[in-house]
Ligand binder design. Structure first.
Ligand code: PLP
Length: 426
């Protein structure tokens, strides 16, 4: 077989390949469901582009202040249409997901206000933004306090604790959809809707923001369809479709998004400024591709879960659970296994396949992190990548793949490196 021969030349053994084919045989139905979701989301994006009359003239570069940038403004309306929100802020001036979340939080929280996370500790980088770990310019420094309601031991919402945590000063509730670097489950949009409804029943005027990183286009609906006042994410994850080289988005109510724009640029300027510098073709085209790119990544995640589960590793989510994001955690149990896994992902990359990942310090993270990525866009995690903090339970967080075929090959190569190091027996 020609493919197998090529794979063998690339370092993949027949034994690992066959193991993968066995796992795949049981996934047909699951993959069909993913394709159906992708078709719906593709239609949503297409309809939004048609409704907002996107034209070739909207791809033109602007410079300087960027006044009257119709392409930029129209892209924001396309996002707002897809997320069913009044407004959207989608900008290359938002440097990453953490920045988008920082803008959303600091724009909508004032001194004396309290922020509540009803889903336990937020993502590592957010901890410094909030001031859970002290940092210059944190929300805590500006007099915004923070409260947290932890999840139940089973990973569900602790509604009583949430009710107790909401008080007169609670202004904004931040709900992280994806597990991030934790091994709790990611929440479905329906679950998030229930939590939002509960919070608003306790305090009707509270702002509910969802950290939607890695969740976009995984389901038929988004958090803004179930009551979220803002959904926030990164363009070098799902919605950038692998083509956006930078950027973040905030979709939500006009009141919230207006404030975000004033925080991002300056009071009085808001969304009126911000030149696009020629980046719009990648933003539009990436958003157009995002539903199918996300589908490919989702197939990779499920394939990885099934494969590693079969070898006795704990996978979160497991091979059969409903998905709400593209992240797959695999608890590998040792630093050596994390290294081997990441080496495999790296060796499978189109870029920097010859590099060997090693653990290192990362800004915003309190333990060493190992990362494997051979990406066209630096740090892009909609591209095939694996990373994780080097600390027990030595879980590797695997995500992305611009194509399902590449995701599959990368996962097989991770297993190959584990087998080569004698860490698994096939
Ligand atoms: C990736 C991520 C972020 C931060 O995004 P960056 O682009 O890495 O700054 C925040 N929250 C969650 C859940 C994420 O997955």
């Amino acid at each position: 077989m020609e493919l197998l021969q090529l794979y063998e030349e690339m370092g993949l053994s027949e034994a690992v390949y066959r193991r993968g084919e066995e796992v795949l045989a049981a996934l047909e139905e699951r993959f069909r469901a993913i394709d159906r979701t992708a078709e719906l989301n593709q239609a949503k994006v297409l309809a939004a582009m048609q409704k907002n009359r996107v034209g070739a003239n909207h791809f033109a570069a602007t410079t300087g202040y960027g006044y009257d940038d119709d392409g930029r403004d129209r892209l924001e309306r396309v996002y707002a249409s897809v997320f069913h929100t009044e407004a959207a802020l989608v900008r290359p001036q938002i440097t990453c997901g953490t920045h988008a979340l920082t803008v959303a939080l600091s724009a909508n929280l004032l001194p004396g206000d309290e922020l509540l996370s009803p889903v336990g500790l937020p993502y590592d980088t957010l901890q410094e933004v909030i001031g859970i770990r002290p940092s210059p310019c944190s929300l805590a420094e500006y007099g915004v306090t923070y409260r947290q309601a932890d999840l139940t031991p089973e990973g569900g919402f602790d509604f009583d604790a949430v009710r107790r945590a909401i008080n007169d000063r609670t202004k904004l509730i931040t709900i992280q959809r994806s597990k991030g670097y934790a091994t709790r489950p990611s929440f479905t949009v329906e679950q998030i809707g229930e939590l939002i409804a509960f919070c608003k029943s306790v305090k009707p005027d509270v702002i509910c923001m969802v950290d939607n990183c890695y969740g976009e286009f995984v389901s038929n609906i988004e958090p803004t369809d179930v009551g979220a006042d803002m959904a926030v994410g990164s363009l070098i994850k799902n919605p950038g479709g692998g083509l956006a080289p930078i950027g973040g988005y905030i979709c939500g109510t006009k009141a919230c998004v207006d404030r975000c724009a004033y925080r991002l640029s300056a009071p009085g300027l808001g969304q009126e400024v911000g030149a696009n510098l020629g980046i719009l073709p990648a933003f539009y085209q990436g958003f157009f591709l995002a539903p199918t790119v996300t589908a490919g990544a989702l197939k990779g995640a499920i394939f990885a879960a099934k494969l590693y589960e079969g070898l006795g590793f704990r996978c979160v989510p497991n091979g059969t659970e409903v998905r709400s994001d593209i992240i797959q955690a695999v608890e590998l149990g040792s630093e050596a296994a994390m290294l081997a896994f990441c080496r495999g992902i790296q060796a499978a990359a189109p870029v920097d396949s010859f590099a060997a990942p090693v653990p290192g310090d990362m800004p915003g993270y309190d333990s060493q992190v190992i990362m494997a990525a051979g990406a066209f866009v630096q740090g892009s995690s909609i591209e095939l990548s694996a990373d994780g903090p080097v600390r027990p339970p030595y879980a590797v967080y695997f995500q992305g793949g611009l194509t399902w075929q590449h995701a599959k090959f990368g996962i097989l190569m991770s297993l190959q490196k584990m087998a080569d190091a004698g860490l698994v027996k096939l």
